[in-house]
Design a protein around this ligand. Structure first.
Ligand SMILES: NC(=O)c1ccc[n+]([C@@H]2O[C@H](COP(=O)([O-])OP(=O)(O)OC[C@H]3O[C@@H](n4cnc5c(N)ncnc54)[C@H](O)[C@@H]3O)[C@@H](O)[C@H]2O)c1
Ligand SMILES: [Zn+2]
Length: 371
């Protein structure tokens, strides 16, 4: 691979603006890449127990060589680390390490480390500089861009958090080589979601199996460009950014019903399949487009069915924090590159999901208007 030639930079114009660099071998260059971006000398380097043995030493040595004082901290791998107790430990560590307002927090890991470290960076001294070095595909194409940070509460996922934009994002695609295949596939589900939202240029890559080969840099770049465009238009998630929830209403319901044993990407894949079948049954999406979406998921070994009933999915979906009043906004696909936000009365959801599961409904389809 001619890595330097393939490196890509995407500028995200939110907050103070920041650059997302996608390339191979960036971890070994993170010190020199971050030196011009960060003003202070101390870096809190947060990672997890799976990533630490693989990449912590290399990131630390690059940062140290660039003149940073590095304080590493390792949290347990997995979603259960996204909690307030871990935030408290991080904040105490920052204070005890003498972190000042001009210093920085760097996350090295997947979405869990990024969301947690980002939240701590966002509230410590009312916000210190934050950098993301995503090591999963999901974090590279989705979680590391856009500034959403947070942790889970017992009442649900991501219920506590802040918007805190990073100063830089470094996606080192060589990290993807050590990802277990299911974790890689989790990220592919978000790539397919972005392909359906953004259009043929990305979706066509999703119709055959996405692997860790050369064109992964270009695939990540396309996803980041799309997400950057959406978050620039709607930084605080009050309008168009909701499009990024394609497949997520059902996906979150499946995650919740499974007690979070179904991973996010697999749940989203099922959610995309259910809402696409529902859109086709409602006459919003053509049969050919539906086939292409289901085939793309299958080509990437992602699931397209769920064992949960429409009643269970609707009940779980309406306890979602994105519910507003008596309606719930669904992202409905109308074609590749053509999705719309539609507000549905909550009591129509079961009928819509039933259509998505292959059943029949007489009540679904009278939307209250597109956003
Ligand atoms: N902030 C956002 O905008 C946003 C968007 C999407 C998802 N998220 C959040 O992201 C989280 C999911 O992120 P994720 O899928 O990256 O999960 P994750 O961070 O739990 O990573 C998955 C697993 O892979 C391991 N891992 C990470 N990098 C590795 C590597 N290079 N090699 C080997 N193992 C590695 C991790 O230790 C973990 O066990 C969820 O909590 C979700 O809510 C946030
Ligand atoms: Zn997602």
């Amino acid at each position: 691979m001619n890595t330097a030639a393939m490196e890509r930079e995407i500028y995200v114009n939110t907050g103070g603006g920041y650059k997302v660099t996608v390339g191979a071998g960036l971890i070994d260059r993170c010190g020199e890449l971050l030196r011009p971006v960060l003003t202070g000398d101390t870096v809190m380097l947060i990672t997890d127990t799976s990533v630490a043995p693989l990449y912590l030493k290399r990131a630390t040595s690059s940062l140290t060589n660039a003149g940073f004082r590095v304080v590493p901290y390792v949290i347990p791998a997995g979603e259960t680390s996204k909690n307030m107790a871990v935030i408290t430990s991080l904040l105490e560590l920052f204070a005890n390490s003498g972190l000042t307002r001009s210093d920085a927090v760097v996350s090295l890991g997947g979405g869990v480390v990024g969301d947690t470290a980002g939240f701590a960076a966002g509230v410590y001294m009312r916000g210190v500089a934050f950098v993301q070095i995503p090591t999963t595909l999901l974090a590279s194409v989705d979680a590391s861009v856009g500034g959403k940070t947070g942790v889970d509460l017992s009442a649900g996922k991501n219920l506590a958090g802040v918007f805190h934009q990073p100063k830089a994002v470094l996606c080192d695609v060589l990290c993807l080589d050590t990802l277990p295949s299911e974790v890689f596939a989790d990220g592919v589900a978000e790539v397919i979601k972005t392909g359906i939202l953004s259009g043929e240029e990305l979706f066509s890559h999703c119709e055959s199996r996405i692997d860790k080969s050369d064109n992964i840099i270009s695939i990540i770049e396309k996803c980041v460009i799309y997400k950057a465009k959406i978050v620039e238009e709607d930084e605080r998630d009050s309008g168009r950014r909701k499009l990024l929830n394609l497949g997520h209403t059902v996906g979150h319901a499946i995650e919740r019903l499974s007690g979070y044993t179904t991973s996010h990407g697999y749940a989203v894949a099922r959610g995309i399949a259910v809402i696409s079948r529902a859109a086709a049954a409602l006459g919003q999406l053509g049969a050919t487009e539906l086939d292409r979406i289901i085939s793309a998921l299958e080509a990437n070994s992602l699931p397209t069915t769920t064992e949960y009933t429409a009643t269970e999915l609707a009940a779980a979906a309406t306890s979602d924090k994105k519910r507003k009043g008596g309606t719930l906004t669904l992202v409905m696909p109308r074609g590749i590159g053509d999705c719309v936000l539609i507000d549905y009365p909550v009591d129509e959801l079961e009928g819509i999901f039933s259509l998505g599961l292959g059943g029949e409904s007489t009540s679904a389809g009278t939307s209250t208007g597109a956003l």
